[in-house]
Design a protein around this ligand. Structure first.
Ligand SMILES: Cc1ncc(COP(=O)(O)O)c(C=O)c1O
Length: 393
C-alpha cells in the first residue's frame, strides 16, 4: 500500500544476523536453538525474520499459534516449526497437514494427535516447573515415558520447561535453580530415549554466559553449566536482554521506530500542548509535531516522560500522546536555526538514527511501567516494516 506519512519501523536484518551469531557463540556447540518468532517476531515481521534465520541455518523456529505456523508455511518456510500454545482436534489436523511440530501439554492433546496422525509425528513434551501456565506436572514423567516408549504414532523428540525468572538463572539460590533441579529429575526419566531438552530463554542464556565467563558468581547454578540444555531465545534475537540485565555480549537492536517532524510550532510562555493542557510553555518554545501516536504503539504513559531523538539529541515528549500524534519540546535543538528547516526531519522513537545515535526501547518501556517485550510487540499494524539487508530468495 502506498504510504503518505513517513512513520515506519526500520528492521535491520544484518543486526538480527549479528545477534543470531552471538547466541550461537554462547551455545558454543551443537545445542538445540529455537529462535522464537511468535507474535509477528516480537513485532518485527515474522515472515522476513523467519526466512532470514532459515537462511542463516536455523533448523527450527518457535511460534505460539497454529495460525502463525501456517503463515510461515504459506511464505515458503520449510524448516521445522514448533507450536507452543496447544490445540484442539481441529488444530491437531492442521498441525498434521502442515507438518508443524506440536508442544504437547496434556493427555487430551495426546489423544487428539493419536486420532489424526496417519504417519509418525514428532512432538515435544512440556513440563510445568513453576509457571503454572502450560505443561504436565513433573509427577507424570514416568507415566509419559512409558506411554511414548510404546506409541507407534507419536515420536518424542524433546522435553522442555520454561523459566519464570530467567534473570536469576546463574545463581543457585533463585527460582531458576529450583526449576532446573526439578527439570533435571524429569529429564532423567527420558535419558535412554534419545530425546533432548530445552529451556533457556534470554534470561537463561545471559545466566549461562555469565557462568561460562568465570567464577564471579558466588553460588553458581552448576546444573545450568553441566547440562547441555537447548536455547529458546526471543528478546535477545531482537537486540535486548531485559529491563534489569546487561547483555553478556554486544547485541544490536533490530527495530528502529522512526517518524518525521510534521510541522514545527512556535509557542509563547503560557501556551499549552495537547489534550488536557498538561504541558505549558515556561519559555518561548518550539514544538515538533510528530505523526505517530498510541494507535501506532506509543503508549500514552510516555506523555511528559519519554524522549525521542531529533538530530541525534534527546528531546522530551511533552503533553499527552494522541492517537495519531505526539509533540516534542525541540526548543534546545531548534534555537539558532530556522524552524522551517526541521520539517520532515527524522525523529527516532527508539533504536538507531543514521549516525548510529541510539535510544533504547528498554528506556521507553521503563517510562511506561512495562517491559521491553511489550514495547516491541505493541508497535501497531499500521506502522509499515521496512527491511534492510533483505536477501532475495
Ligand atoms: C515458551 C517460551 N520460550 C521462550 C520464550 C522466549 O523468551 P525471551 O523473549 O525472554 O527470550 C518465550 C517468550 O515468552 C516463551 O513463551
Amino acid at each position: 500500500m502506498e504510504m503518505f506519512r513517513r512513520t515506519y519501523a526500520d528492521i535491520n536484518l544484518e543486526n538480527l544476523i549479528f545477534n543470531w551469531n552471538q547466541i550461537k557463540k554462547i551455545a558454543a556447540d551443537d545445542r538445540f536453538i529455537c529462535p522464537m518468532i511468535k507474535a509477528n517476531a516480537y513485532g518485527h515481521g515474522d515472515v522476513q525474520i523467519g526466512k532470514t534465520l532459515e537462511k542463516e541455518g536455523a533448523n527450527v523456529l518457535g511460534v505460539c499459534l497454529i495460525e502463525e505456523g501456517l503463515l510461515l508455511r504459506a511464505s515458503g518456510i520449510k524448516t521445522d516449526i514448533l507450536v507452543f500454545r496447544g490445540f484442539d482436534k481441529r488444530g491437531a489436523e492442521k498441525i498434521m497437514e502442515y507438518q508443524l511440530t506440536p508442544v504437547v501439554s496434556s493427555w487430551q492433546q495426546i489423544q487428539h494427535l493419536e486420532a489424526v496422525a496417519d504417519e509418525p509425528m514428532k512432538i515435544h513434551l512440556k513440563f510445568n516447573t513453576g509457571m503454572s501456565r502450560l505443561g504436565f506436572a513433573p509427577s507424570e514423567a514416568e507415566k509419559l515415558r512409558q506411554y511414548f516408549s510404546n506409541s507407534k504414532k507419536l515420536k518424542l523428540k524433546a522435553v522442555l520447561t520454561h523459566f519464570t525468572s530467567g534473570e536469576d538463572a546463574a545463581s543457585a539460590l533463585g527460582q531458576s535453580a529450583r526449576q532446573t533441579q526439578v527439570f533435571s529429575q524429569v529429564f532423567d526419566y527420558f535419558k535412554d530415549m534419545d530425546v533432548y531438552a530445552h529451556l533457556l530463554n534470554t534470561g537463561g542464556i545471559v545466566g549461562l554466559a555469565q557462568l561460562q565467563s568465570g567464577p564471579q558468581i558466588e553460588n553458581p547454578n552448576k546444573l545450568l553449566l553441566q547440562q547441555k540444555w537447548g536455547f529458546r531465545p526471543g528478546l535477545m534475537l531482537y537486540g535486548y536482554t531485559g529491563n534489569e540485565l546487561q547483555g553478556p555480549a554486544e547485541f544490536r537492536a533490530v527495530m528502529s521506530l522512526k517518524s518525521v517532524v510534521n510541522n514545527m510550532r512556535r509557542l509563547e510562555v503560557g501556551d499549552s500542548v495537547s489534550y488536557g493542557s498538561t504541558w505549558v510553555a515556561q519559555r518561548p518554545s518550539y514544538i515538533a509535531v510528530v505523526p505517530i501516536g498510541y494507535a501506532d504503539g506509543i503508549h500514552r504513559l510516555v506523555s511528559n516522560r519519554g524522549y525521542a531523538l531529533l538530530n541525534g539529541e534527546r528531546v522530551p515528549i511533552v503533553g499527552r500522546v494522541c492517537m495519531d500524534f505526539l509533540m516534542l519540546d525541540a526548543t534546545d535543538v531548534v534555537e539558532k536555526t530556522t524552524p522551517e528547516q526541521w520539517v520532515e526531519e527524522e525523529v527516532i522513537l527508539f533504536g538507531y538514527d543514521d549516525k548510529n545515535n541510539f535510544l533504547s526501547a528498554t528506556e521507553q518501556a521503563l517510562h511506561t511501567n512495562t517491559i521491553v517485550w511489550e514495547t516491541l510487540t505493541s508497535v501497531g499494524e499500521r506502522v509499515p516494516r521496512h527491511f534492510r539487508g533483505l536477501k532475495k530468495t
